[in-house]
Design a protein around this ligand. Structure first.
Ligand SMILES: *Cc1c(COP(=O)(O)O)cnc(C)c1O
Length: 387
């Protein structure tokens, strides 16, 4: 028998109104067509070390029927030794993206029911107490942060970086009235993406000292930088640093990231994670990577050299290239708009990323490729300039 309510129960009506309205994160294109030079998603152009590949292959056996170690204990011990801390100060995630999501759930209160429509109008600054509902970040930076805040129904504070993508001074942040020193959670991409710019640790430290809530330093590209801010995670109980095996260790496919910080904060994240959040082969691959750091350090050196060479070559062709501390560069092309350049490069089978936001729309973000791939890029650029 049909009840009166059954009629109204459309599939859509079963979804929370908040979720009906959400916009998903837009990842860079993973092309289906073969033969494209892929410089659009900051993957490492070089394969994992032969030892890592052999170790993962050898692990594909009968054990696949078993659950993996729920807390990735061996990997956490190994990372703790590498960074000179205790294993309970380390949490491993299904990519560092998972850890960023856990942070919003652990440290930020969602909007109360019914408040959502007015949410964006809530004042971004409060008195001496923590703004428990606020997620904060600079723009431009990693475009996942606002998506995570929206999923969690948190309030967002997006504070502009300087026009050269450097950090505003504390004085300027105080005067600007946008920055919220009481935000429950502040994400800082360092070195920055998509600009590639590195931030001096002293500047980050001064900013951390001025903050009341959790400061999350997202160091997805730290291995390509001259400096990093890991020490701040050990010095300040409200600072967490995250890293990933995706970019530096060529393991995007495996989804392994980690964060380090005060054991109390790490325990909070641990409490809300999925039981088996990190797949077994990913744990095997990450451990094997740490056993072969010599291979990877050579890889980092090679990519940094490619960065210097590409910067010089593109500058010689009329591009304005920002100084980069990452495995990609942000470059403003000459003669045509960046968006048109992206299309033309695609016609030459070269994929790069263009972000339409106001601060970045004059630039192309180009991931560092192999020497051959970068030669192909430069050849295409010269051909486009000749047309
Ligand atoms: C790539 C990237 C991540 C996510 O890395 P995964 O570990 O693959 O999830 C996080 N933050 C920034 C800034 C990134 O560029």
């Amino acid at each position: 028998m049909k009840t009166p309510q059954a009629k109204a129960r459309t599939p859509r009506s079963l979804v929370r109104p908040h979720v009906q309205e959400l916009q998903a994160y837009v990842p860079g294109e993973q092309p289906k067509v073969k033969g494209l030079v892929k410089l659009n998603t900051n993957e490492n152009p070089y394969a994992p070390s032969p030892k890592v590949l052999a170790t993962v292959q050898a692990a594909v056996d009968e054990r696949l029927r078993l659950y993996p170690d729920p807390t990735a204990e061996k990997l956490r011990e190994r990372l703790a030794r590498l960074h000179g801390c205790q294993p309970d100060q380390v949490l491993v995630g299904n990519g560092s993206d998972e850890l960023l999501a856990l942070a919003t759930r652990a440290f930020v209160e969602p909007a109360p029911e019914g408040a959502l429509a007015h949410w964006s109008k809530y004042p971004s600054h409060s008195g001496p107490k923590l703004n428990v509902r606020t997620v904060q970040y600079f723009t431009p930076s990693y475009s996942l942060y606002p998506v995570l805040a929206d999923i969690h129904a948190a309030a967002k504070v997006a504070a502009p970086l300087e026009s050269d993508f450097s950090l505003p001074t504390l004085l300027k942040l105080r005067r600007g009235k946008v920055w919220n020193f009481y935000a429950a959670l502040t994400f800082i991409t360092t070195p920055n993406a998509p600009s590639g710019r590195g931030y001096p640790t002293a500047e980050l430290e001064a900013l951390c000292q001025a903050m009341e809530g959790v400061v999350w330093l997202d160091e997805a590209y730290a291995e390509f930088a001259d400096d990093n801010a890991l020490s701040l995670a050990f010095k300040y109980p409200h600072v967490i640093v995250s890293r990933t095996f995706s970019k530096a260790y060529s393991l995007c496919y495996q989804r392994v990231g980690y964060c380090v910080g005060h054991a109390e904060l790490i325990a909070a994240l641990q409490r809300i994670k999925d039981s088996y959040n990190v797949n077994g082969l990913g744990q095997v691959a990450a451990l094997a990577s740490l056993d072969d750091l010599t291979y990877y350090r050579a890889n980092f050196r090679r990519l940094k050299q490619a960065r210097t060479a590409l910067t010089a070559d593109l500058t010689g062709l009329g591009f304005t290239v920002l100084p980069s501390q990452t495995n990609f560069i942000l470059a403003r092309p000459p003669t045509l708009s960046a968006e048109v350049w992206q299309g033309k490069l695609r016609e030459h089978k070269i994929l790069v990323r263009w972000f339409g936001a106001y601060e970045t729309r004059d630039y192309l973000r180009i991931s560092l490729g192999t020497d051959d791939e970068l030669a192909a890029l430069l050849k295409a650029v010269r051909a486009i300039l000749k047309d």
